[in-house]
Design a protein around this ligand. Structure first.
Ligand SMILES: C=C1C[C@]23C[C@@]1(O)CC[C@H]2[C@@]12CCC[C@@](C)(C(=O)O1)[C@H]2[C@@H]3C(=O)O
Ligand SMILES: O=C(O)CCC(=O)C(=O)O
Ligand SMILES: [Fe+2]
Length: 377
């Protein structure tokens, strides 16, 4: 099907049938003095241009949603159902906070290895420096270093920067404060697009502000790789979260799996943040919003940094399909589970975690075992 798109002097096209913005690199001046198919001349005075684009050329692009758009709720619902991921602009997070956090991450990963190892993540902990949690499931090492902050980064940052740890603690604290606000807003938009209101989520707190929600900050570093086709930055996975907000620097690398299409790159857009549906929203929505499989590729000449806000419920709240989304014709697909139990199940069974907790109890006998849980609170 051909699409008619109206191009102004801007770098994004709005694609009405899919309600997405498509970033393009062409600008109007490039067309100036060209002949149109009907032999009209595009003059230097032309300010609007009707482009007819073959959709196979546009292909599939991850939706970009302006949070100031009055239709944001519907656009988010559509994106969650069909992609499990979208980018947001006008999200309200000051660019300076993102850049300062990126700079802290860059400083951290540039430290000598023996210094970074002083802040290593211990085996049953969440916080600290190390390989990806999922690395035991892969035979090849990933081209990746990570640092997780859960709770106060003070002890680890003191090890890393004995002199100026406070500066970096302040940066992370500010970043987390802002990200948690945005995550709560996004959680309501995502749940709201399913018809869920504050009364339907008892752990949202009396003001419905998810005041007790937990989050972890994940700093990801992918060094430049001389042979990028032979290495993987972060192997394909879904996040064990309600939602994840990802800041990526200007180097692309993130790809998401789209059914019927394959791997689609999520291009970094200035001021944009990537939001993806995690396994816990998959459970809450009773499978209506599937968590998205994604991975990170590496670059031949440039290192890449990304920073994720991993957003989840309070540690010990039972998460199960929301009653409003369950009916005799849509029975609950998953049993109730806390975030910490889910992380334990993921650490043990990786990509089988969701199917292991699918109901009726198809799981293995020991998955309810509390030894499987990971401390998140
Ligand atoms: C809260 C968490 C999610 C995570 C495991 C963790 O305990 C802390 C690190 C998180 C992370 C970040 C990179 C990708 C990922 C799959 C991993 O290996 O560690 C996620 C984990 C997850 O979402 O399951
Ligand atoms: O670096 C990226 O683009 C992806 C990071 C990621 O998937 C994660 O932190 O969970
Ligand atoms: Fe991820």
């Amino acid at each position: 099907m051909d699409l008619s798109l109206c191009l102004q002097e801007s770098l994004t096209l709005f694609e009405p049938t899919r309600s997405t913005f498509i970033p393009i690199t062409l600008t109007l001046p490039l067309f100036r003095n060209c002949l149109t198919p009907t032999n009209g001349l595009i003059s230097s005075k032309t300010s609007h241009l009707l482009l007819v684009v073959d959709s196979s050329l546009v292909s599939e692009a991850v939706p970009v949603i302006d949070l100031n758009d009055p239709n944001a709720l519907q656009l988010i619902g559509h994106a969650c159902r069909s992609w499990g991921v979208f980018q947001v602009i006008n999200h309200g997070i000051p660019t300076s906070i993102l850049h300062q956090t990126e700079s802290t991450a860059k400083t951290l990963f540039s430290l000598p290895l023996e210094q970074k190892l002083k802040a290593s993540r211990s085996p049953d902990a969440v916080s600290g420096y190390g390989l990806a949690r999922i690395s035991p499931f892969f035979s090849k090492l990933m081209w990746y270093e990570g640092f997780t902050v859960f709770g106060s980064p003070l002890d680890h940052f003191r090890q890393l920067w004995p002199r100026d740890y406070t500066k970096h603690c302040d940066v992370i604290e500010e970043y987390e404060k802002e990200m948690k606000k945005l995550a709560a807003k996004l959680a309501w938009l995502m749940l709201g697009s399913l018809g869920i209101t504050k009364e339907d989520v008892d752990w949202a707190g009396p003001n419905g502000d998810f005041a007790d929600a937990s989050s972890a900050s994940q700093l990801n570093y992918y060094p430049a790789c001389p042979d990028p086709d032979k290495a993987m930055g972060l192997a394909a996975h879904t996040d064990s979260t309600i939602l994840t907000i990802l800041y990526q620097n200007s180097i692309s690398g993130l790809q998401v799996m789209k059914e019927g299409v394959g791997w689609v790159t999520v291009p970094p857009i200035p001021g944009g943040l990537v939001v993806n549906v995690g396994d816990l929203l998959h459970i809450l929505s009773n499978g209506l919003y599937p968590s998205v499989l994604h991975r990170a590729m590496v670059n031949r000449t440039k290192h890449r940094i990304s920073i994720a806000c991993l957003y989840g419920p309070p540690a010990n709240v039972q998460i199960s399909p929301l009653p409003k989304l369950v009916s005799p014709s849509q029975p609950p697909l998953y049993r109730a589970i806390t975030w910490s139990e889910y992380l334990g199940t993921k650490a043990k069974y990786f990509n089988k975690a969701l199917s292991i907790i699918s109901s009726p109890q198809k799981g293995l006998a020991d998955v309810n075992d509390h030894n499987n849980s990971v401390k998140v609170g």
